[in-house]
Design a binder for this molecule. Structure first.
Ligand SMILES: Nc1nc2c(c(=O)[nH]1)N[C@H]1C(S)=C(S)[C@@H](COP(=O)(O)O)O[C@H]1N2
Ligand SMILES: [Mo]
Length: 320
């Protein structure tokens, strides 16, 4: 199976998500230039990062009222949850770094208030929501979900959030809406990864409307009983637990209902490696590694990959 290799300080990520075969030869040269830019930027601005950017900031009054949200017993996992600190320091968030262990350091600079999400497109009532209004008005709950990255690592984590369907219901989708596209922020002067012009920024993902309305599909505002740390996609990210992790887009600013299937970030970069549907399936290997097993990021435990990541009961009918 795919190895999980921890890059050393200053070393660029393993690049497994990157489709070398799909990109031009000059790419590695360009990437080298970008790396030195990033390293220079890091040296100039970031010599003394606080070690715990992920954790213990003071919560606002509103956040103190919302977190921790009541656990939903329907989504409890057996066994021990993934170590919170490990999950907070092993992140994919290419806007900030391709080195998982560095994402939490660079993500500190993301300003997450004020923050609005525009919900628009093929709907009767396009609306823009302030994220604090969502926290105030929508019923937050905690759900323990399995999470499986296409790179064959996995974690079991408690998200706080609400079903995406509740938000879609508030804008009354039109009958011709077939897809839901979600878009992350575009702030290249904060997120230096977005200076990498060979990627189709901003990051986007999409689901069918049936997938988006499924009971499992969550808009997460928190993790481990607290608001999302920035590296996990604050203040609002998607969680679709039966699909590979790249579908679970972070730091969302726009949600659009569309009549046609849109292009998405990884599918555009390397469609033969990152399919649009991207359901977790142990029988379908990635072109460069097997998907039969997965490795837990904290304990290193290796376990078999489950079809639909264990959520067949809730979603298999969508693909019958
Ligand atoms: N905007 C954005 N969202 C993203 C990504 C990203 O690079 N940018 N990476 C994805 C991938 S590949 C994974 S595995 C998960 C990782 O989520 P985590 O860091 O909270 O564990 O976020 C997904 N969402
Ligand atoms: Mo991923």
């Amino acid at each position: 199976m795919a190895q999980i290799r921890i890059p050393k300080d200053g070393e660029i990520g393993d690049g497994r998500l990157t489709a070398e075969s799909a990109v031009m030869n000059r790419r590695s040269f360009l990437k080298g230039m970008a790396t030195s830019t990033l390293v220079t930027a890091a040296l100039v601005t970031g010599c003394t990062p606080p070690p715990d950017s992920w954790s213990r900031r003071r919560l606002t009054e509103l956040e103190q009222r919302v977190f921790p949200a009541p656990p939903n017993p329907e989504f409890a996992l057996p066994g021990t949850l993934t170590d919170e600190a490990v999950a907070a320091r092993y992140n994919n968030f290419y806007e900030f770094s391709e080195v998982k262990e560095n994402v939490h350091l660079y993500a500190r600079d993301l300003k997450i208030r004020p923050w609005t999400v525009e919900v628009t497109g093929q709907v009767h009532q396009p609306r823009t929501f302030d994220v604090d209004t969502l926290l105030k008005t929508l019923p937050m709950e905690e759900r323990q979900y399995r999470f499986r990255c296409v790179e064959a690592w996995a974690m079991d984590v408690p998200w706080t959030g609400f079903p995406l369907k509740l938000l879609l219901d508030q804008v009354s989708p039109l009958g011709k809406a077939r897809y839901v596209r979600l878009t992350s922020f575009y702030r290249p002067f904060t997120a230096y990864g977005q200076l990498a012009f060979w990627y189709p920024w901003p990051y986007t993902e999409a689901l069918t409307v049936e997938e988006a309305a499924n009971e499992l599909t969550l808009l997460a505002t928190g993790i481990y009983g607290r608001p999302l740390p920035k590296q996990h996609g604050a203040p609002l990210r998607l969680v679709v637990p039966w699909k590979y992790g790249f579908k679970s887009i972070k730091s969302i600013v726009k949600i659009e209902l569309l009549a046609h299937r849109p292009a998405t970030f990884w599918n555009t970069v390397a469609g033969h490696e990152y399919g649009f549907t991207a359901n977790v399936d142990p029988r379908v290997p990635h072109p460069r590694w097997s998907q039969a097993k997965e490795e837990m990021i904290d304990t290193g435990e290796v376990r078999p990959t489950l079809p639909y990541n264990g959520y067949g009961k809730q979603v298999a009918h969508l693909y019958a």
